[in-house]
Design a protein around this ligand. Structure first.
Ligand code: HEM
Length: 456
């Protein structure tokens, strides 16, 4: 399906219509239009924001503070997790408050920095063990590190096995797939695509896995009465009074964190590294900065990151060119009628911000397709990702990504470690292919394979 502007080019709400229908027989075209109408043109169909001002109406609008819960999300119990719980309720507010004052608070993010750096060091050791000028499949390496990190933040352990990886992958596949049942209620009950069946099977596995970890925490708490090591399980177990959670709600909340935190960070780093391999001059400039601030005699420390201004610009530019959630994947739902960019939007409409389109709009970003970290060099003091909605890869408003600071506190030092220790080069005969694939996140269609050459 092609995207077609609904009336004039100043209309920033986009409806999806099958433009390709003109090439089809009239009967088939008519059928497609009817199906498209059923799918999209009802309240509950999508409205898209393509400009910062309409994005603002959606992201900051009180009407759009909920999310549509897809069948797969409900099947995986995510309606009880932070990302899909209705924002009007105490439950969602309590989750935001509790996570915001513990795992995602600046104090906790800073306190866990040494553990993140250690995970980064282990990643470098594994790469070095592969030998001089090793050919590296980056996706595997980055995904493993990211999963280790999220396991540490959420469960207080870096231990994970293939079962966890498989569960995360299955969850992504289920949430990312187009499910006819989300649009045609009859099909929902028939479950022709097997979404509900697969969700039930996945939830059983997740339940066993997460409850085992919760039990271990309860044991540890009883034996050591240790309030110090505040991972997210400890935090949730410690809730009292009205905030106290049932164990099945805890499973949903903890599982969502693993699910959301793992791929986003790994995908962003894979895009950054692809750009580093393609733009060797930019890589060299970042390494010059590292040599000036860190030198070659010691490992990168957390304190160094503040001085690595160019490296942070590289991260911003990658978030602009390859936003991992290009449609701010977690859409918003209008809980009552609203106006967006002067248009009436009825209650029940799914609203999406096309951050990819905004970040590639030549009226907003000169030469939008050029990868130029320097464009952010003048932005002293601002993190430049979220404030003015020209670049809001973590969303904005009351449902903004709570993991933003944690994600950046992971990506910056790991990128510094990777560039400090190795030169990254293409492998002869293997192209760095920037084709995109939109699943739950926008990932590289062809995983990055490159060569890591120790710098000293
Ligand atoms: C590069 C990394 C990441 C990107 C690009 C990203 C992006 C996003 C986006 C676009 C949203 C929707 C925001 C909105 O509707 O305004 C979101 C929501 C969310 N993210 Fe992230 N995210 C990242 C990392 C993380 C991490 C590391 C965690 C946790 C460990 C996390 C947890 C969440 C949660 C729980 C929500 C739902 C919040 C709510 O609805 O109240 N994210 N993220």
């Amino acid at each position: 399906m092609d995207a077609t502007l609904s009336s004039t080019t100043h209309d920033y709400l986009l409806l999806l219509l099958p433009a390709s229908a003109t090439f089809l027989s009239p009967l088939l075209a008519a059928l497609l239009v009817v199906v498209a109408s059923l799918l999209w043109l009802f309240p509950g169909g999508p409205a898209w924001a393509l400009r910062p001002d309409t994005a603002r109406d959606i992201l900051y609008g009180a009407a759009f503070a909920d999310r549509p819960v897809k069948d797969a999300a409900r099947g995986m119990l995510f309606h009880r997790a932070m990302g899909f719980a209705p924002s009007g309720g105490d439950y969602w507010r309590a989750l935001r408050r509790v996570s915001g004052s513990h795992v995602f608070s600046p104090r906790c993010v800073a306190a866990s920095a040494p553990r993140r750096r250690a995970i980064g060091e282990r990643m470098l050791e594994r790469l070095a063990a592969d030998g001089e000028e090793a050919v590296v499949g980056m996706r595997r390496v980055l995904h493993a590190a990211s999963l280790e990190h999220v396991m540490d933040t959420v469960f207080g352990t870096t231990r994970y096995d293939e079962e966890v990886e498989a569960m995360v992958k299955e969850g992504y596949d289920l949430l990312g797939m187009f499910n006819w049942g989300d649009h045609l209620p009859l099909l929902k009950w028939l479950d022709l695509q097997g979404v509900r069946r697969r969700c039930r099977a996945l939830v059983r596995r997740v339940d066993v896995f997460v409850r085992t970890i919760i039990d271990e925490h309860k044991q540890r708490k009883r034996s050591a009465d240790d309030d110090e090591n505040g991972d997210f399980v400890d935090v949730l177990l410690g809730l009292q009074g009205e905030d106290k959670m049932t164990e099945s709600d805890m499973v949903a909340v903890l599982w969502e964190m693993i699910f959301r935190g793992t791929d986003t960070v790994a995908i962003l780093l894979e895009w950054i590294m692809a750009r580093m391999v393609l733009h060797r001059d930019i890589q060299a400039k970042a390494q010059e900065e590292l040599d000036a601030i860190v030198g070659r005699g010691r490992a990168v420390s957390d304190a160094d990151v503040a001085g690595l201004r160019y490296l942070r610009c590289i991260v911003k530019e990658t978030l602009r060119v390859h936003p991992p959630g290009p449609l701010l994947s977690w859409a918003r739902l209008a809980v009552h009628d609203a106006r967006v960019g002067g248009h009436h939007v009825p209650a029940g409409t799914t609203a999406m911000v096309n951050m990819w389109a905004i970040a590639h709009d030549p009226e907003i970003w000169p030469e939008p397709d050029a990868f130029r970290p320097e464009r952010f060099a003048g932005e002293e003091g601002s993190d430049g990702v979220g404030g003015d909605l020209r670049l809001a890869p973590f969303g904005a408003g009351r449902r903004v990504c709570p993991g933003k600071a944690l994600a950046l506190a992971t990506v910056h030092p790991w990128l510094a470690q990777l560039l400090h220790r190795f030169d990254w080069e293409p492998v002869a005969g293997v192209d760095v292919d920037l084709s995109e694939r939109l699943n739950m996140s926008l990932e590289m269609e062809k995983p990055l394979v490159c060569r890591a050459k120790p710098r000293w």
